[in-house]
Design a protein around this ligand. Structure first.
Ligand code: HEC
Ligand code: HEC
Length: 346
């Protein structure tokens, strides 16, 4: 863990200077993530000011699953990000505290370690920022502000001790973010059938149909213009036209940047584990991958701000079928170890 050590050295320097905003390097046993086939080494993506340790990840796991971290003890992150549903919830839009519904579908939360801006509209610049957002969302965990939540957590002696062990100080909201982000970075997906064929050279890993689908994905169907690279995303924002056929258009990225070119643009999601995470798109409008492929084949929904990469594809029925077969071959490994803690700090 060269990076972690480096972080520690720099941070120790900060402590000597006595800066109030110093970030503890994180005591505990350094944790190395595996490099799965098809993925880049995730360890090089872990930020230096928040190195992974076993203890920090374990604390993050507790926080992710603990319903006490909501106004009325009913909602945990895991309510909407369930391991068996691809860390989403299988619903078009998510249901949070008091049965309130949000306006968007829960996206996959695999391979967050590699991604930059978080959320459909990229409003959180880091995973640390993202990890504390839901607590003060009125339709998610429901706290009025982070101080209210930290005050509630401080009544749980077990958490005070764990934060002291991991961060060397009493509970702070930024450390809650660091712990949850660290846990989220351990949720990986690689080594799919596509990787085994494409990188491992295993001819038997894919059916002939899925092999043709992979060629279409990179060629005629133009998918890699946005779902590019090892994580099948360019990490950019595009307007496909989702919502422009209804009277409730979500302006997406534009609400963050106020740039005209971002009107109706949403983040390109990874397609890893995509067969597990229906329904699809930010409003959860499509129940099946076949419907998604039909949508692209027609050229999306036309609107004045649509990305000009999106054009009618003229795929045959067989080609559409092949493309879906390829998408279904993106299920992999690297997250199956995640489970709810047996007990929580008292
Ligand atoms: C009530 C359901 C709900 C709860 C509770 C919830 N989320 Fe989410 N989560 C969502 C929805 C819906 C989105 C998409 C919202 C958006 O992008 O605007 C989302 C987005 C995300 C993303 C962004 C993924 C991406 O591709 O950018 C991550 C990561 C995430 N949530 C983790 C968490 C964590 C950590 C917690 C607990 C602190 C949590 N969520 C609590 C529903 C929920
Ligand atoms: C212009 C960029 C672009 C191209 C080209 C593109 N996509 Fe997408 N894809 C996106 C964006 C952006 C979203 C999210 C859109 C939204 O919800 O508003 C998305 C969403 C998806 C989803 C749903 C993901 C989820 O978690 O809900 C699937 C599946 C998908 N694309 C597959 C494909 C396939 C297959 C192709 C080729 C036929 C393709 N995409 C071409 C940018 C693109």
């Amino acid at each position: 863990m060269r990076r972690a050590k480096l972080g520690k050295v720099i941070l120790t320097g900060v402590f000597i200077l006595g800066t109030a905003a110093a970030i503890p390097a994180g005591a505990g046993e350094p944790l190395q993530l595996p490099t799965l086939q098809g993925l880049e080494d995730p360890n090089t993506f872990v930020p230096e000011d928040n190195p992974l340790t076993k203890e920090k990840v374990e604390l993050g796991r507790m926080l992710f699953f603990d319903k006490r971290l909501s106004k009325n003890n009913t909602i945990a992150c895991a309510n909407c990000h369930m391991a068996k549903k691809g860390f989403a919830d299988g619903m078009p839009v998510s249901t949070g505290i008091n049965g309130l519904k949000g306006g968007r579908s829960a996206p996959v939360s695999f391979n967050r370690v590699y991604s930059k801006a978080q959320f459909w509209d990229g409003r959180a610049a880091t995973l640390e920022d993202q990890s504390i957002g839901p607590f003060i969302n009125p339709v998610e965990h429901g706290f009025a502000n982070h101080d209210q939540m930290v005050a509630k957590m401080k009544k749980i002696t077990g958490y005070r001790k764990l934060f002291k062990d991991v961060f060397g100080r009493d509970i702070e909201i930024s450390d809650v973010g660091r712990a949850i982000a660290s846990f989220q970075r351990t949720v990986l997906s690689g080594n799919s059938a596509v990787d085994k064929f494409d990188i491992g050279g295993d001819e038997k890993a894919l059916s002939d149909s899925a092999k043709r689908g992979l060629e279409l994905f990179r060629g005629k169907a133009r998918c890699t213009r946005c779902h590019s690279g090892f994580n099948f995303t360019d990490e950019k924002f595009h307007n496909l036209g989702i919502g422009w056929d209804t009277n409730t258009v979500d302006l997406g990225r534009y609400m963050e940047t106020k740039n005209a070119e971002d009107i109706g643009a949403f983040k390109t999601p990874t397609l890893r584990e995509i067969a597990r995470t229906a329904p699809y798109m930010h409003d959860g409008r499509f129940k099946t991958l076949a419907e998604v492929v039909d949508f692209y084949n027609k050229g999306g929904v036309k609107n004045p701000h649509q990305d000009n990469t999106i054009i009618p594809l003229e795929l045959t029925d067989e080609e559409k079928y092949d493309l879906v077969a390829m998408l279904k071959s993106l299920n992999g490994e690297g997250w199956q170890h995640v489970s709810a803690p047996k007990s929580f700090p008292k």
